[in-house]
Write a protein that binds this ligand. Structure first.
Ligand SMILES: Cc1cc2nc3c(=O)[nH]c(=O)nc-3n(C[C@H](O)[C@H](O)[C@H](O)COP(=O)(O)OP(=O)(O)OC[C@H]3O[C@@H](n4cnc5c(N)ncnc54)[C@H](O)[C@@H]3O)c2cc1C
Length: 391
C-alpha cells in the first residue's frame, strides 16, 4: 500500500528532519508531514539561528549535510563573554585555553531545515508538504492520519516533532508541565561597527538578557534579546533606529554602534516539558516534548540528543528482531531523556532567577560570585562541556 509507513514524522523542522534522515538508515519506509514548505535562506534575511554544539555538528555530519551548509550561513565562536551589567561581574574564556579551538557554530535554522529535507527526499523519504492534518486515530496496531484533502496515511510508529505548540500533543491530550518565563524574546540581525572576533557575548540586565551570536561576516551578529513582558510591550512600539540605540547602550558599545539589519521577530518564552514522552507506537521529540529559555542556546541541541537516543534505541530493537514500536522499547527512550531535560530546565531557571533581578544587594553578591567563578575552572568547564560534549 502506497500510504502505509513504518514511521511517520509530523513536523519536518530541524529535529523532525534529522530523525527522518536517520530512520531511512533502518531501511524503513519513512514519511514526514509539514504544514510549511522551505526555501534556503538569503544573505542577512534569516536572523533565526541556533548555537550548534559539537555533538549536534557530529549528528549533522553523520546525516551528510554539515559540509553542504553554505559558508555564509555558518558563524563560529571561539570565545565566550558573559557579563552581569548591574554588578559588573563577568566570565570570559576562550576555547584555545581549554583545548577546544572552536566552541561551536552559529547556523541559520532555515539552512539546516532546507538541507535536511533535501537529503531526506534524495534518499527515498516521502516528504508530504505543505499538508495539514485533519484527524489522528489509534487503530488496533497502527496509527491513521487523515489529511485535510482526505488522503489517509497509516503508520506503525508515529513521531510528533511539530514544535512548541504541537498539534499532535494537543490532539492526543498529552499533559505537560508549563511555566511562563514572563519574557518576550526579540530576534534580529545587527550590523556592528567593530568586528565580533568570533565571541559569543551575553549581558544580564535587571529586566532583560541580551545575547550577540557571531555570524560568518565579522561585522554581523544575530541577537536574542529576552525582555521582561511589561517592558517588551514598550519595545514593540519602537522604530528600528530606536531599538538599535538601546542595543548599543545595553551592549556597552563593546562592538560600537549597532544597526538593525533584518526584520525583528518576537516570541513569548515558556518552559514546557511533557509528562510522558511516549505511548504504544508513539514518541515526541524536540520542542514538541520540551522548551527551555534560550539564554544558554541549548534548545535544539537538547532536541538533537532526543533524535540520537531514539534512533539508537529503535536501531537496537530492529537489530535484535524486537518490535521497535512496542511500549517497552520506547520506555527506554523516555528514561534516557527525562533527566537530561530536567537538568537543563533547572539550570536555566537558576541562571534566570540569579541574574534577572533588580535588587541592589543581590547584584553585589552576584557580581562577587561571578568574579570568583571567573577564576574557577570548574564553572568554565561546565559551559565548555555544554558546548563541546560529544557522545
Ligand atoms: C529566541 C530563541 C532562540 C533560540 N536559540 C537557540 C540556540 O542558540 N541554540 C539552540 O540549541 N536552541 C535555540 N533555540 C531553540 C531552538 O530554536 C528550538 O529548540 C528548535 O528550533 C526546535 O526545533 P523543532 O524541529 O523541534 O521545532 P520547530 O523548529 O518549531 O519545527 C517544527 C516543525 O513542525 C511543523 N509543524 C508545526 N505544526 C504542524 C502541524 N500541525 N502539522 C505538520 N507540521 C507542523 C513546522 O512547520 C516546523 O517545520 C532558540 C529558541 C528561541 C525561541
Amino acid at each position: 500500500m502506497k500510504n502505509k509507513f513504518d514511521a511517520l514524522i509530523v513536523g519536518a523542522g530541524q529535529i523532525g528532519g534529522a530523525l527522518a534522515n536517520l530512520l531511512l538508515k533502518l531501511n524503513w519506509k519513512v514519511g514526514a508531514i509539514d504544514t510549511q514548505t522551505t526555501v534556503g535562506p538569503g544573505k542577512h534575511d534569516s536572523p533565526i539561528v541556533c548555537a550548534i554544539n559539537l555533538q549536534s555538528k557530529d549528528l549533522l555530519n553523520t546525516i551528510g549535510i554539515w559540509n553542504q551548509i553554505p559558508k555564509e550561513f555558518i558563524g563560529e565562536f571561539k570565545n565566550m563573554a558573559v557579563k552581569d551589567a548591574t554588578g559588573g561581574g563577568k566570565i570570559e574564556f576562550n576555547g584555545d585555553s581549554l583545548g577546544y579551538p572552536s566552541l561551536g557554530n552559529i547556523v541559520s535554522n532555515r539552512a539546516i531545515t532546507h538541507l535536511l529535507r533535501q537529503k531526506f527526499t534524495q534518499n527515498g523519504g516521502k516528504l508530504i508538504s505543505p499538508a495539514k492534518i485533519k484527524t489522528v486515530k489509534k487503530l488496533a496496531h497502527d496509527w491513521q492520519i487523515t489529511l485535510e484533502d482526505d488522503t489517509i496515511l497509516t503508520t506503525k510508529l508515529l513521531i510528533a516533532a511539530d514544535g512548541a505548540n504541537s498539534f499532535i500533543r494537543s490532539q492526543l491530550k498529552i499533559d505537560l508541565w508549563e511555566n511562563s518565563y514572563d519574557q518576550i524574546a526579540f530576534v534580529t540581525t545587527l550590523k556592528t561597527e567593530k568586528p565580533h572576533q568570533n565571541t559569543c557575548r551575553q549581558w544580564f540586565h535587571p529586566h532583560s538578557i541580551l545575547a550577540f551570536l557571531p555570524m560568518n561576516d565579522p561585522n554581523y551578529v544575530s541577537i536574542v534579546w529576552s525582555v521582561d513582558k511589561n517592558e517588551a510591550q514598550q519595545q514593540k512600539k519602537l522604530t528600528h533606529e530606536e531599538i538599535a540605540k538601546q542595543l548599543s547602550v545595553l551592549s556597552a558599545f563593546e562592538l560600537g554602534k549597532v544597526e538593525v539589519a533584518s526584520q525583528i521577530y518576537s516570541r513569548p518564552l515558556k518552559m514546557r516539558h511533557v509528562k510522558s514522552y511516549i505511548d504504544e507506537g508513539f514518541a515526541l521529540v524536540g520542542d514538541a516534548a520540551h522548551t527551555i529559555h534560550p539564554l544558554a542556546g541549548q534548545g535544539v541541541n537538547l532536541g538533537f540528543r532526543d533524535v540520537t537516543n531514539l534512533f539508537e534505541i529503535l536501531k537496537e530493537a530492529k537489530d535484535k528482531g524486537r518490535d521497535a514500536a512496542a511500549i517497552d522499547t520506547l520506555r527506554k527512550y523516555e528514561r534516557s531523556r527525562k533527566g537530561d531535560t530536567w537538568t537543563l530546565i533547572a539550570t536555566m531557571e537558576a541562571f534566570k532567577q540569579g541574574f534577572v533581578n533588580n535588587n541592589e544587594w543581590l547584584a553585589t553578591i552576584r557580581s562577587l560570585g561571578l568574579d570568583i567563578t571567573d577564576k574557577l575552572d570548574l564553572l568554565k568547564k561546565f559551559f565548555t562541556y555544554q558546548a563541546c560534549k560529544r557522545f
